[in-house]
Design a protein around this ligand. Structure first.
Ligand code: SF4
Length: 346
């Protein structure tokens, strides 16, 4: 059975035409699927009864189900644990900013197979990829849940988006579509741990997406320990791909750097990072590590975080310390899911 969530307007029109209906029925379907977030066909009262009956046997509407909601003190953040049709769960977070931005952080996979040694999501490995509909519905559900208009989406939740390339790109196009949430491409950010061929493929798509690369170390020896995929595509190849992405799209690349005390937070590392990124015009987000139960890493002291960012700025690399929105609601990647359990009854 075809899932209507994840189909483009053109595909919905073709579906209607294939059922002997005028193509404009596809536009009506798109409104129910992406605007009104219908969960069944019976509410689609502007469609003929016969069409609704055919759809009910030929298709389904793959909605996510809210399992648990956690709001951070001060209402900065709303985090949701969501169940998929097969009972597996993913996490989605809505972050609120003073300037009115409402950013949803979506997951692209259940779990993750990249094995980063400091990451809670990595612990259970990869269960499966999400479909484009399951990615888009996280945004639609957060909008419905909070009643707020989503202005930005970051693909930084569970999973490696570029390891689920087709579904991620389809989700990007749907989030950008006028019949969907209609979020500008520049306000969509794809994060990657460094899959170089997919970064190059993304650059060739001709989209104005923002690319964020999770770096976490300025030399290959340390990065290969923290981020195993570095053994396949070492830093020189990754930074070259980032440079080419910026040249092809005209978009400044962002680098994410999670700071762990005594591992990668020393001033020497900051100097090495500045040298690595020199002339790239890139921006660095410095993120103090969020504690994960059972992991031996430590969160750095606030002074170490400030010192690290200051070195980068002094060396001409723009750097921002990520405002901490996570610790108080267990929003370190994967933690809500770990405390709740990985599967819920479907
Ligand atoms: S940090 Fe990201 S890429 Fe690495 S294991 Fe965690 S979710 Fe996967």
């Amino acid at each position: 059975m075809r899932d209507l969530v994840g189909l483009t307007l053109q595909e919905l029109e073709a579906l209607a035409a294939g059922l002997g209906e005028p193509r404009y029925r596809g536009r009506q379907l798109a409104r129910w699927v992406y605007d009104r977030r219908a969960i069944g066909f019976e509410v689609m009262t502007d469609l003929p009864e016969g069409l609704r009956a055919r759809l009910a046997t030929d298709a389904h509407i793959g909605r996510l189900r809210l399992v648990r909601r956690v709001d951070a003190a001060g209402d900065l953040t709303t985090k949701a644990l969501l169940a998929l049709r097969d009972g597996l769960t993913v996490e989605t977070v809505l972050m609120r900013y003073d300037d009115g931005r409402r950013t949803v952080c979506v997951s692209t996979q259940v779990g993750c197979g990249m094995g980063c040694t400091f990451c809670a999501t990595a612990l259970a490995g990869l269960a499966r990829n999400l479909s484009a509909g399951e990615i888009v519905d996280q945004v639609l559900l957060m909008r419905e849940l909070t009643g707020e208009r989503v202005t930005h989406v970051v693909f930084m939740g569970m999973g490696e988006p570029l390891a689920n390339y087709e579904a991620t790109l389809r989700a990007v196009r749907l989030l950008n579509a006028p019949y969907g949430p209609h979020i500008a491409m520049r306000r969509l950010t794809i994060s990657t741990v460094g899959l170089v061929p997919q970064i190059r493929r993304l650059a060739a798509e001709g989209l104005q997406l923002t690319l964020a690369i999770s770096l976490h170390a300025p030399d290959d020896a340390l990065r290969s320990q923290l981020v195993p995929v570095n053994r396949r595509w070492p830093l020189a190849e990754l930074v070259a791909a980032a440079r080419d992405y910026a040249a092809a799209t005209g978009r400044r690349v962002t680098f994410e750097y999670v700071l762990m005390a005594g591992v990668n937070d020393g001033e020497r590392r900051a100097h090495e990072l500045a040298a690595l990124l020199a002339g790239l015009g890139a921006h660095v987000n410095v993120i103090p590590w969020n504690p994960v139960y059972g992991m031996a890493y430590r969160r750095p002291a606030p002074q170490a975080v400030s010192r690290f960012a200051a070195v980068l700025r002094r060396r001409g690399v723009p750097a921002t310390i990520r405002v901490d929105r996570g610790v108080e609601i267990e929003a370190a990647c994967g933690q809500l899911q770990r405390t709740h359990g990985a599967r819920v009854p479907a």
